[in-house]
Design a protein around this ligand. Structure first.
Ligand code: UGA
Ligand code: MN
Length: 247
């Protein structure tokens, strides 16, 4: 099973260290294909170097946000979905199956998210995400292995009340629909995640929850919605010949 990770990225002070952390995690995962989409006119040599260093299979392409789309990575993920649909064989290689995960460049991921959860998703996998939506944790509410509601504070009535980092879909679901991230999501509070999943024809009965079986107080979180604080830079933006991305 090929794990296909889709990551929009854009130039900012913390982008290179963020991408290094993410690359160091993904490099441990076998059969992983990383699609990185630069929100800009051209790809970044510093990012290219990080990707090269992982030894992973990857595609790094530049798609500046099109008119009408929010500057939030939606357009880049849409370009990735189109890329996946038109280059499926190249991405899969000898793998027969794939799973698509939207992993933002600034989150923190446990390697086991990919090896234990994502790789086993048959339709739609959902799991807990730490420090998300104003809560210590957002998680599916599981009863007898089924999910009929979500333990979240923000917009709990969404059909899929899940952050981008909290789900993955089997490649078959992606290929059997033409769902994309559009310019807006008119449903509920406008969250892109539930719009995409609903547009893919999924409903809550399709959810395969992961990581909920553990004992009370001992359930582990494998995805964290972190945000890196920009550095304090004072004085001249002198880089002394080093490759430093400056805003
Ligand atoms: C939250 C969700 O976790 C995102 O997946 C979702 O896209 C976003 O909200 C949203 O509002 O739609 P958050 O941490 O607030 O994410 O957003 P960022 O981490 O700043 O951005 C999400 C991704 O889009 C990142 O990979 C980032 O590099 C990329 N991005 C962000 C761009 O490509 N261009 C931008 O101008 C901003
Ligand atoms: Mn983020």
């Amino acid at each position: 099973v090929m794990v296909i990770v889709v990551t929009p990225t854009y130039k900012r002070y913390t982008r290179v260290p963020d991408m290094i952390r993410m690359a160091n995690t993904l490099a441990h995962v076998k059969n992983l294909y990383w699609i990185v989409i630069e929100d800009g006119n051209k790809t970044s040599p510093a990012v290219e170097d990080i990707l090269e260093g992982t030894g992973l299979q990857y595609t790094y392409m530049a798609h500046p946000t099109a008119k009408g789309f929010p500057k939030k990575g939606w357009y880049q993920r849409t370009m990735a979905l189109r890329f996946i649909r038109s280059n499926t064989d190249q991405i899969l290689g000898t793998s027969k199956d794939g799973v698509v995960y939207f992993g933002d460049d600034d989150n923190s991921y446990d390697i086991r998210l990919f090896t234990d959860y994502i790789r086993n998703v048959k339709t739609l996998g959902i799991w807990a995400v730490g420090y998300c939506g104003g809560s210590p944790v957002e998680a599916p509410n599981v009863t007898d292995g089924k999910v009929a509601s979500f333990n979240v504070q923000w917009s709990p009535k969404r059909v899929f009340a899940v952050d981008m980092a909290g789900f993955a879909v089997n490649l078959k679901v992606v290929l059997n629909s033409d769902a994309e991230f559009g310019t807006s999501c008119k449903r509920g509070t406008g969250a892109p995640e539930t719009c995409l999943l609903e547009d893919m024809g999924l409903d809550r009965t399709d959810i395969e929850p992961f990581g909920w079986e553990g004992k009370e107080g001992q359930r582990k979180i494998y995805a964290w919605h972190t945000k890196t604080k920009p550095p304090y830079i004072k004085g001249k933006l002198e880089t002394f010949g080093y490759q430093v991305e400056i805003e």
